[in-house]
Design a protein around this ligand. Structure first.
Ligand code: SAM
Length: 405
């Protein structure tokens, strides 16, 4: 049937209505007229697949990736970049309006730092000695020779990975590859290989940090990455922001705030390898970081030494299990939770504690809006800034500053 696309949903899919039933359609943009086939028909919604484009949007661009339609990694490769920025701001606006009474006009334009090939980490799957990503919503590998989201230096390593996979002595199931901000020498690259791995000669001169089935088999076990004037160790299992080009811009928002407000005591909740706490530590008297992943906290403690940072302490525990034990007042609390957002106990604590400011860094506008609705009872939201941390995908990173009422 032929439908007109009304708008994009929060996952970058086109929305059309068929007899009042909502239909989600991949690779279809607002105002396009498309002929579709219904691939799934549920009671309340259906899924359609474009068979033929009758009228194209003027915002459509060529997707410059030959597996865009099958791979789930990018969702907006077919939309021009200016519209992508606008889409992200509007999506945030819609959710803030839906879940809160906060004045959505304070949401700033999406901050953009043009660099399309930004990812410093990829996890490849291997099937029948073919390397690639899983096809959307399946466990079937689509083979690839490069990915436009990856840093060029990671793409340049793919032929090496293929050599490893094609080597008859190996039977590899998965490869994680990661790099730092520099991506120059072999010690700027980390690889973790799973499966039967007997021969890794092909990569030894090219990759400095090598793990095989979770065991480090190289002299170095960590990468070292620079953000601003600070350096950070990074182990295999520790969280690190995937876009090295934007991370300093994001952290600078927190840093500039600290330079201005000069907090005495600051909390860095969900601190990962201690990056934000250490980044701001020159402008706070005392910082406490909490994260539940042991390797991240081990890295955080090493990072503290590496940056000669004496006023920061780290605790390894779940935020919700630790938060009640915290004594004293904090002038600034930075929270950077995973997509699930803040749990009820943490929200209750943030409402109870006498902190002057909260900076909420979020990678999911749905949970951000839900949590801001709670926090807004006690705190005024003074700024909301979306960042294009994940270009070409529907994901949007947001930094929100709140001040106690
Ligand atoms: C989005 S990352 C942010 C890390 C860090 N702020 C950064 O910029 O690199 C979220 C972090 O939350 C941690 N985490 C997830 N659930 C947690 C919990 N319940 N308690 C403490 N840490 C948690 C993860 O280990 C991860 O390091």
């Amino acid at each position: 049937m032929v439908v007109k696309i009304e708008k994009l949903d929060h996952f970058g899919r086109g929305i059309a209505y068929i007899n009042d039933k909502i239909c989600f359609i991949d690779n279809a943009l607002k105002d396009e007229i498309v002929e579709i086939k219904i691939t799934k028909d549920h009671k309340k919604y259906c899924i359609g697949k474009v068979e033929y484009y009758i009228e194209l949007s003027k915002e459509r661009v060529n997707s410059d990736c030959n597996i865009f339609n099958e791979c789930g990694g990018c969702n907006l490769r077919h939309l021009n970049y200016i519209e992508e920025l606008y889409y992200k701001k509007e999506k945030l606006k819609e959710l803030i309006k839906k879940y809160t009474n906060i004045d959505s006009s304070i949401i700033e334009d999406t901050k953009s730092f043009i660099n399309d090939s930004y990812r410093n980490k990829a996890i490849f799957h291997v099937q029948n000695r073919k390397l690639g990503f899983y096809k959307k919503k399946t466990n079937e590998v689509i083979e690839l020779s490069s990915c436009p989201l990856l840093k060029e230096e990671l793409n340049n390593k793919i032929p090496l990975l293929k050599k490893l996979i094609e080597n008859e002595k190996n039977n590899i199931s998965e490869i994680m590859i990661r790099t730092n901000d520099l991506s120059k020498n072999k010690d700027d690259f980390m690889i973790s290989i799973d499966g039967i791995v007997e021969d890794i000669e092909a990569i030894k001169n090219e990759i400095g940090v090598i793990y095989v089935n979770d065991k480090c088999v190289s002299n170095n076990s960590k990468l070292i990455s620079k953000i601003g004037n600070k350096s950070f160790y990074l182990s295999k299992n520790s969280f690190f922001q995937v876009n090295s080009f934007v991370v300093d811009k994001l952290y600078d928002e927190v840093l500039n705030f600290c330079k201005e407000k000069k907090p005495k005591k600051a909390l860095d909740l969900y601190c990962g390898t201690g990056t934000i706490g250490i980044y701001i530590s020159d402008y706070a008297e005392e910082v406490l970081g909490i994260d539940c992943v042991k390797s991240s906290i081990n890295d955080a403690n090493e990072n503290k030494k590496l940056n000669n940072c004496k006023n920061i302490t780290f605790i390894c525990n779940k935020v919700e299990n630790e938060i009640d034990k915290l004594k004293g007042n904090y002038d600034l609390i930075v929270v950077d939770p995973p997509r699930a957002g803040l749990d009820k106990k943490t929200l209750m604590y943030l409402e109870k504690i006498n902190s002057k400011y909260i900076i909420y860094i979020s990678c999911d506008p749905v949970t951000l809006s839900r949590d801001l609705n709670e926090l807004n009872k006690i705190y005024n939201v003074i700024s909301i800034k979306p960042f294009n941390m994940f270009p070409r995908t529907y994901h949007v990173e947001t930094i929100t500053i709140l001040e106690r009422k």
